[in-house]
Write a protein that binds this ligand. Structure first.
Ligand code: B12
Length: 230
């Protein structure tokens, strides 16, 4: 039963359906529960938020990517699915939020220049906030210099960079180099992530850590931030 609800969430992300009133990619879906109704059911049934995010939301987006690659989906279809994930994360955010009273430190996150993909970065931000960090989210398509200036000003323990395109992932290395040139590299740990990024790539650009998903991002930050507290 629980697997069914998560499977339906995944399917409705693929269909880009937020509520029961939305049409999907396929005929005859109006009236069937959308992501938001299914999320209510999942939460009422006490299903693990981790499974909802990894299997339902991210799992759905993986299929959307495959369909785009296969020429079955186009940009508006990807956007409809992205909006469904965004709506779900808005509902999940308060449940993941920590009290914030004893912040564990500050993290800056950004998607690099020329890259508009921000769903993954937003999930990482929400999970880090939930784990007790103050997260300053600079947004997407962020210029290297803007990131460097933010590190200088806010002095975060960790900087998290996201890139979803093979054409933009090298920008993460540019940011690390710019931090070095600005004399800031020793003051901040840099972690990277995004679908085309790997542990090996992270190492090759001199990053301090890599996370394959939002939960790994939190685990890496916990390890790195504990080593940087003054
Ligand atoms: C949704 C989407 C879009 C949406 C983005 C909307 C938005 N607000 O983000 C829109 C429609 C705008 C879009 C546009 C384009 N897209 Co697009 N898009 C996708 C899609 C389907 C899903 C991405 C996503 O949200 N995944 C779900 C999230 C949860 O996963 P995630 O981002 O990987 O994040 C997780 C981890 O990677 C990790 N993580 C992410 N960031 C970070 C950061 C840190 C620090 C850490 C530790 C971890 C971490 O944790 C996250 C949570 O678990 C992917 C396919 C895919 N499977 O990735 C294609 C994809 C990335 N897009 C692609 C392409 C080609 C494009 C376009 C060039 C299309 C075009 N012709 O215009 C444009 C480029 C626009 C631009 N300049 O950025 C290609 C990239 C191919 C490549 N080799 O580079 C993909 C792979 C699709 C494909 N299979 O062809 N896209």
């Amino acid at each position: 039963m629980s697997e069914d609800i998560i499977g339906l969430i995944r399917e409705n992300v693929i269909q880009g359906r937020i509520t029961k009133d939305d049409e999907g990619m396929e005929e005859g879906m109006v009236g069937q529960p959308g992501v938001s109704e299914l999320l209510d059911s999942a939460l009422a049934a006490g299903l693990p938020i981790r499974d909802i995010i990894t299997k339902g939301l991210s799992g759905g987006m993986d299929v959307v990517g495959q369909k785009f690659e296969a020429g079955e989906y186009f940009i508006p279809d990807m956007l409809a699915s992205a909006e469904a994930v965004g709506a779900a994360m808005e509902v999940l955010q308060p449940r993941l939020a920590s009290s914030g009273i004893d912040s564990k430190g500050t993290i800056i996150v950004a998607t690099v220049k020329d890259d508009l993909h921000d769903i993954g970065k937003n999930i990482v931000s929400i999970l880090l906030r939930g784990a007790g960090y103050i997260v300053k989210d600079l947004g997407n398509n962020i210029d290297t210099q803007v990131i460097v200036d933010a590190v200088r000003k806010d002095k975060p323990q960790v900087l998290g960079l996201s890139a979803l395109l093979t054409s933009t992932m090298a920008r993460m290395g540019d940011v690390i180099q710019a931090l070095e040139e600005s004399g800031l590299r020793d003051q901040v740990k840099v972690i990277v992530g995004g679908a085309p990024v790997s542990e090996e790539f992270a190492r090759s650009i001199g990053a301090d850590g890599y996370g394959a998903d939002g939960f790994q991002a939190v685990a890496v930050v916990e390890t790195l931030a504990s080593g940087t507290q003054s």
